[in-house]
Design a protein around this ligand. Sequence first.
Ligand SMILES: NC(=O)c1ccc[n+]([C@@H]2O[C@H](COP(=O)([O-])OP(=O)(O)OC[C@H]3O[C@@H](n4cnc5c(N)ncnc54)[C@H](O)[C@@H]3O)[C@@H](O)[C@H]2O)c1
Length: 484
Amino acid sequence: MIPNYSKQDDWEKYNALGVTQYGQMTAGSYMYIGPQGIVHGTNITILNAGRKISKLGEGLAGKVFVTSGLGGMSGAQPKAGNIAGCITVVAEVNEKAARKRHEQGWVDELITDADELANRVIRAKKQKEVVSIAYLGNVVDVWEKFDQKNIFVDLGSDQTSLHNPWAGGYYPAGLSYEESNQMMAINPDEFKQYVQRSLRRQTDAINKHAAKGTYFFDYGNAFLLEASRAGAEVMADDKINFRYPSYVQDIMGPMCFDFGFGPFRWVCTSGKETDLDFTDQLAGHVLEELARNAQPEIQSQLQDNINWIKSAKANKLIVGSQARILYANAEGRIKIALAFNQAIKDKKIGPVVLGRDHHDVSGTDSPYRETSNIYDGSRFTADMAIHNVIGDSFRGATWVSIHNGGGVGWGEVINGGFGLLLDGSADAERKLKSMLYFDVNNGVARRAWARNEGALSAIQQELSEAVQITIPFLADDTLLDELI
Ligand SMILES: NC(=O)c1ccc[n+]([C@@H]2O[C@H](COP(=O)([O-])OP(=O)(O)OC[C@H]3O[C@@H](n4cnc5c(N)ncnc54)[C@H](O)[C@@H]3O)[C@@H](O)[C@H]2O)c1
C-alpha cells in the first residue's frame, strides 16, 4: 500500500474492494507451519527472559509467568512455559478457546475462580511445580488479584490481539465475552471506551507488580502502543519511550537477532514423517558440531536449540506439512541446508523447502517489534525488508514475498519472506550458500550499523575476502559532547 493509504481503516476499505488482503506474516510466504513456530519462539523467549532475571544463575523452577490469550498464537504460551520449566498462568475470556486448549493438552489445568487460581499458584510456587494453568476470565482480574494476594510474578506479558483492539482483539474488564461481542457491533464508540478504560486498569495493576520487581515485557501484540494511546501510565520519564521493553528490545534482539540467530524453517515435500525425522537428526548433529567450537556469547542459543531439536518429535507439534523450526545463525542455517541437500542428492530423503518466520534477524522492519532494538532512528525505515526480498530473489530464492502489516497491524510494519527449494543439485547448493548468507547477514549488518554490540561482534565473524560489509566507526561520545 502507498504509505498515505496504509492506515487500519484503509485496510478495511481496500480489502472490501478486493484489491488487497492481510497476509499476516508467514502465511503470505507459504511458510506458516501451524503452532510449532510460536511454541518454539515462545519457549526461546521464556528461557532467555529467565536468564535475564536469574540473579544467581538459577533456572525457572518455581517462577511464575503471567500472560493472556489462548488463541491461535497465544495458545502456545502454556506449552512453551512447560517446556521452559516454569509456572504459567494464562487468562482467556473465550470459554471455547480455553476449553479447546485444555482438551488438546496444551494447558494442564483450567480454573474459573480467581481466588482458587491464587491458591493454586501459591501451592505450585511452594512445590516448584512445572505446570500451566488457564484462568477462564479477564487478564485484568488476574493482575489485580495477584497484587491483592501479594503473589510475586517473576515474568509478565500479554498476548491479547491488540493489533486489532476494536473488533474482538481485546476484551475489556467489566463486560462479559458475550456483552463485548454485542457492544462492539452495536455501539463501537462505547466499546472503544471500555477497551481503553480496561487497558488503563490493566496497566495500573502491572505497574504495581513491576514496582515489586516483576519483569514485564510487551510480546509483540501492540499492548504498550494501545495502552499508551488509551492514556495508560505506560510511558517512561522521557515521555518518548515506553517504561517496559518489547521482548525484542530486551530479549530476542540483543540475545538472538543481533548474533544472527533466528527462526530457520524447513518443510519435507515428500510429506513423510521419516524424512522429517532424518532432517531433525542432521540438524541436531550440525548444531552439536557448531557448539563444540562456538564463542561463549552464542553457546546458550545453540544449546537451547540442540535441546529443542532433540525433543521436537516428542512434543508432537506437526499439523499438516512435515515441517520444522529452530533458531540458527547464518553458519548454522547454511550447514544444515548443505547437509539436507547432500541427503537429497543421496536419495535418503525427498526435496526440502527452506524458509523462515518473518519474525527474524532480517527481512522485517517493525519499529515496535523486530527492529525495536535498533536505536539510531533507522527503525522507522523499511529498507531492510525490501533489500532482503530483492537480494534473496537475485541470489536464488524460489519465491519471495513482501507484506504490509504482519503481526503488529496494518501500516505498522513491512515484512518479507522467502522459500528456497533444495533438490539435491549443485545449483541448489550454490543458491543456498549465496542466499542464506545474504538473507541473515543483511540483518546483522543493519543491526551493526546501528552499533548494536552483539551485531558488531557477529558481523566480524562473517567478513571474508569475498564479502565486504561496512563497519561503523564508533565515535567517542566525549568528543561529540564537547562539540555540542
Ligand atoms: N510475539 C510473537 O512472536 C507473536 C507471534 C504471533 C502473534 N503475536 C501477536 O499476539 C497477539 C495474539 O495472537 P493470536 O493469534 O493468539 O490471536 P487470537 O485473537 O487468536 O488470540 C487472542 C486471545 O486473547 C483473548 N483475549 C482478548 N482479550 C482478553 C482479555 N482482556 N483477557 C483474557 N483474554 C483475552 C481472546 O479471547 C483470544 O482468544 C496478536 O496481536 C499477534 O499479532 C505475537
